[in-house]
Write a protein that binds this ligand. Structure first.
Ligand code: HEM
Ligand SMILES: *[C@@H]1O[C@H](CO)[C@@H](O)[C@H](O)[C@H]1NC(C)=O
Length: 522
């Protein structure tokens, strides 16, 4: 299905490009990029085609194509995707300029290319795309203090524990029947349930499939966002594309709106009755309280609230689920790593009980495995930013307002930063005392060569939660099961590591594995 959509998108894009070039020939419209002012030193630009700019370089996934461009032409490039200019950043030292040296200037997000179409979800009230300002600061403080701070994560510990139990029970059931598990599907259901419950106390239970509906809607909106973005690159032909996707573009936001409105109404009813304990309040309760509070320091709208929930689902669910699928795949392909990891877990936890959140600090190899996977497969490989002032990155000038794309993927596979960068080698994150690794350790803090969560003020606020979910889920999956890839059926068969095309790093093919019980924790 995903490939089918990709194909359709691809052909659609080709079609539009074809129209574009035909019109170009017919009318001799020749739109050159604005000539740079002489005094500025602009980043170099690879050879471009008229009108489409550098779109022809985007042949597979964006991060991979961008990586090829930067290895060939340099770590800072000016490129043009159709009518959309972009500064491409691909080295740790230049990322440091953005995330540290000029952090304040770069704490903005580019105007969404689709923003003015009024077709996107809830207009432009998004949090993760909000400019750095009062609204962003207010929401950031709220989501950190009420959801993502270490203290809050500790408090919601029971939610993750219950969901992990449910997840393991489903897998045990499959193991009993000797059936394959769709790892991606099960893990996404797990992360989705955790986030939904933490944010608004609903889960995808049998009777009420709200989390499930949320997940479907999210998938559809993602799909839609990609289409509209591709279309937006086409400048003058944007209208045609928007018209093609019009029905879907109106339908998805409406259904999302209905679902969230219903959940919010339920929360408001509950608030009227009063909570038995203040502890019962979830993030939605707290936001609604702010919404109804006349004296609140900032007025938020209902649309902003909905958009904020959407942001949390989008940012939190598929990211950690994608990463965990890659961990499982790498572990199957590296049985020696899987063995070492199981030994570590058994030496700390024993063989009589399930690994717990409290065990994680004593499992350095587990942490190294998770981190190494994020280095190789950052779920958000391209980090969008924009600067509000004319600024310098390295020795080059970048002009105010231009969108910036930090390619976390190429930074974390840069041979200048990492030895054998394409190898899966968790040991590189262990033993910080040896000379070479000592250096790596300092680099980690200082020079931004590990940027899976971005950096600076706009850095991912969910990294603690994401780590907690990933560390614990992977630990339990390794402690309880051996995993056999479906395919030729032989034990020890390898998993294919192909990445789907698009703007994220998700698997091209679903990961289907048969679990074999090693330890039954129940
Ligand atoms: C492995 C999992 C995850 C990865 C790799 C990841 C990565 C990222 C990255 C790269 C950014 C942009 C940072 C920047 O501009 O410097 C981001 C932003 C964000 N992430 Fe995550 N994330 C993950 C999980 C989560 C989770 C679990 C949540 C919480 C529910 C979350 C919430 C957010 C939010 C709200 C933003 C927007 C922050 C802002 O614009 O200020 N993320 N994430
Ligand atoms: C999980 O592992 C990461 C490294 O992979 C580590 O930095 C983090 O402290 C661990 N966190 C939790 C909460 O388990």
């Amino acid at each position: 299905m995903a490939t089918l959509t990709n194909d359709i998108q691809y052909y659609f894009l080709c079609f539009l490009l074809w129209i574009a070039s035909t019109l170009l020939l017919l009318h001799h419209i020749f739109k050159k990029p604005a000539k740079p002012t002489a005094a500025l030193r602009l980043p170099p630009s690879p050879p471009a085609l008229p009108l489409i700019g550098h779109i022809h370089h985007l042949t597979s996934s964006a991060h991979e194509c961008f990586k090829k461009l930067s290895s060939k032409y340099g770590p800072l490039l000016y490129i043009r995707l159709g009518s959309y200019p972009l500064i491409l950043v691909s080295s740790a030292s230049m990322a440091a300029d953005i995330f540290k040296t000029h952090d304040l200037h770069f704490s903005h997000k580019p105007k969404s290319v689709t923003e003015n179409d009024r077709l996107m979800l809830f207009g432009s009230s998004s949090f993760s795309n909000a400019p750095y300002g009062d609204y962003w600061r207010f929401m950031k403080k709220l989501c950190v203090s009420e959801l993502l701070s270490p203290r809050q994560i500790e408090r919601s510990h029971h939610i993750r524990r219950e969901e992990r139990f449910r997840f393991l029970q489903k897998i045990l059931e499959k193991a009993r029947k000797n059936e394959a598990v769709d790892i991606g599907g099960e893990i996404t259901a797990l992360t989705n349930n955790i986030i939904c419950r933490m944010v608004m106390s609903t889960r995808c239970s049998g009777e009420d499939n709200e989390a499930e509906r949320c997940r479907e809607l999210m998938k559809e909106s993602f799909d839609l966002a990609i289409k509209l973005t591709l279309v937006a690159f086409l400048g003058p032909f944007k209208k045609l594309g928007a018209w093609v996707f019009r029905k879907q573009a109106l339908d998805v936001p409406r259904r999302f709106d209905e679902l969230l409105e219903k959940l919010m109404k339920e929360h408001e009813e509950r608030a009227k009755k009063g909570y038995s304990e203040p502890e019962d309040k979830d993030l939605m309760d707290i936001l609604l309280q702010v919404y109804h509070d006349e004296y609140s320091e900032l007025k938020i709208t209902r649309d902003q609230m909905k958009c904020f929930f959407l942001d949390l689902f989008v940012a939190g669910t598929s990211t950690s689920a994608d990463a965990m699928q890659w961990v499982v795949a790498e572990l199957i392909n590296h049985p020696n790593v899987a063995k070492k990891l199981r030994e570590e877990i058994e030496s700390v936890v024993g063989r009589n009980r399930l690994v717990e959140e409290a065990d994680i600090p004593s499992l350095p190899y587990l942490q190294a495995v998770v981190k190494e996977t994020l280095r190789l497969y950052p779920p958000a490989p391209i980090i969008p930013r924009a600067c509000i002032e004319n600024c310098k990155i390295g020795d080059f000038d970048v002009s105010k307002g231009i969108p910036i794309a930090v390619n976390a993927y190429s930074i974390m596979r840069d041979p200048g930063e990492w030895e054998n960068p394409d190898d899966f080698y968790p040991e590189r994150f262990l033993a910080p005392h040896t000379e070479q690794n000592g250096q790596t350790e300092t680099k980690l803090g200082q020079t931004f060569n590990f940027v899976a969560f971005g950096g600076g003020r706009r850095m991912c606020p969910g990294s603690n939660l994401a780590y907690s979910i990933m560390n614990n889920t992977i630990a339990a999956m390794v402690q309880c099961f051996d995993w056999k890839v479906n395919g030729d059926g032989s034990y020890g068969a390898k998993v294919d590591m192909q990445v789907a095309s698009g703007a994220t790093i998700s698997r091209a093919h679903p990961l289907l594995c048969t679990p074999i019980v090693h330890l039954n924790p129940f």
